[in-house]
Design a protein around this ligand. Structure first.
Ligand code: NAD
Length: 270
């Protein structure tokens, strides 16, 4: 019998939702990654102090070689059990290319690299956003969103976002959902699953920064939410714990909305 450890890899582990996911997965062997060594060290220290079994390594998810090194580091330590991919940036970075590259290209680099290690019951949970549901299907930009590494994809999508990094974020997050469907057969051939999760407004540093920029929009969203409040990181991490568990064994190539019911209400109102 193998004595190798089964690792759950969490990207963006130093972020609000990444940290909550790590806490929700207590008892599992965790492999935390984030942009810098400093963030990883700080996160691993906090989690170790709380009794988690955790190790980590830095990785810029937009750098293919860095992602390959991360995959090798995980493979060296044990068996790859799950990827919880929370790393990302919002439109507040004001750079269309950065949003597209981090949120979409980086996601596909991780999907491809970790597919090599996937096996029966492995799962990838990728972070999309409720805002992805505000972007309708479209025969012109959807192929570019589903193939973000192809030459010209960024330029094609850019034509539809009116220079807004917030809109590019919404498109990139739709792309994340398209990627899960695109890669589901390859993951399924190994008995592995690939799903997306779409949080609503979750009170983390990322959301608070957006709230500073658009206080009226954030207030309106809260008011319109059927459950009458913003989400907490734990509202999301509890669903992630379910999605990586055997209880979710027949869920793949789909998106799970965790938004208090607001996006479909806003869409209905136009
Ligand atoms: N907070 C919300 O309201 C909300 C809503 C919908 C979707 N989401 C999504 O959930 C995920 C987590 O959000 P959060 O609120 O925890 O954000 P956060 O800003 O707290 O954390 C994001 C993490 O990603 C890391 N990161 C950024 N660029 C990276 C790169 N190139 N390589 C590696 N790591 C990188 C950051 O260092 C940070 O630790 C994101 O994908 C976000 O788009 C968040």
């Amino acid at each position: 019998m193998s004595t190798k450890k089964n690792f759950i890899v969490i990207t963006g582990g130093g972020g609000g939702i990444g940290m909550a996911c790590a806490k929700a997965l207590k008892g599992e062997e965790l492999f935390i990654t984030d942009y810098s060594q400093e963030i990883v060290d700080r996160t691993v220290k906090i989690l170790k102090e709380k009794g988690h079994r955790v190790m980590g390594a830095p990785c810029d998810i937009t750098d293919k070689e860095d992602v390959a090194r991360l995959k090798d580091a995980v493979a060296k330590q044990g068996i790859f059990k799950a990827l919880v991919h929370t790393a990302g940036v919002s439109g507040t970075v004001k750079d269309l290319k950065k949003v597209f590259t981090i949120d979409l290209v980086g996601t596909e680099l991780l999907i491809e690299a970790f597919h090599d290690l996937a096996k029966e019951n492995t799962v990838a949970v990728l972070f999309s956003s409720m805002m992805a549901h505000a972007v309708p299907p479209n025969a012109q930009y959807d192929p570019a969103l589903a193939d973000p590494q192809a030459a010209g994809s960024f330029e094609t999508v850019s034509r539809f976002v009116d220079g807004s990094s917030d809109t590019m974020y919404n498109f990139a997050k739709r792309g994340v959902q398209l990627l899960s469907v695109k890669h589901a057969d390859a993951w399924g051939a190994k008995g592995a699953r690939i799903v997306t999760i779409s949080p609503g407004v979750i009170e983390t540093a990322m959301a608070m920064k957006a709230a500073e920029e658009h206080p009226e929009r954030m207030e309106l969203i809260k008011k319109m939410t059927p459950l009458g409040r913003n989400g907490t990181p734990e509202d999301v991490s509890d669903v992630v714990r379910f999605l990586v568990s055997d209880a979710a064994r027949f869920i793949t190539a789909t998106d799970i909305l965790v938004d208090g019911g607001v996006i479909h209400k806003l869409r209905k109102l136009g």
